[in-house]
Write a protein that binds this ligand. Sequence first.
Ligand SMILES: [Cu+2]
Length: 168
Amino acid sequence: MVGFAGLGVGSLVSACGGGSGDADGSSSGSASESSAQSTGGGSQTVTLHPQGNQMKYKETEFTVPADTEIELVFENTASSPSMQHNVLIMNEPPEQDIFKEVGQAGVQAGASNEYVPDHSAVLAATDISKPGETVSVTFTSPSEPGEYGYVCTYPGHWATMQGTMIVE
Ligand SMILES: [Cu+2]
């Protein structure tokens, strides 16, 4: 009953000459998008990385459900010793004014405070991670859907090291 009727095993004498259709080894290392969108009760893990040795996040956006426990992990895969980073999640939209305010306040807070300011816009923050280190923080996502900013407040980074957390 199960009829394997040999579909599509027709002759491959195609007219589009030239291209030998070799299956080239498809190990092109496409980075996993790591946007695990699991819903339904419980927590969710989001993992972020730096973009090489740049003052940028590799993942400039991620989406989480509202009012959910989020474990935010930052793996500092940079190699340059000066590329220390943290992640501050804000309860404000990703706008330049608040990035700047929190970024500058973070620098003033200093290394002894992991460059995390005591500021009402800061929803959650990781410690500073040196290259090769992984840090994390667990927080509850906002109950209001929308876009929220995140930023690195290591000195000199806030202006370029930014991202958007989308809450659905
Ligand atoms: Cu940084």
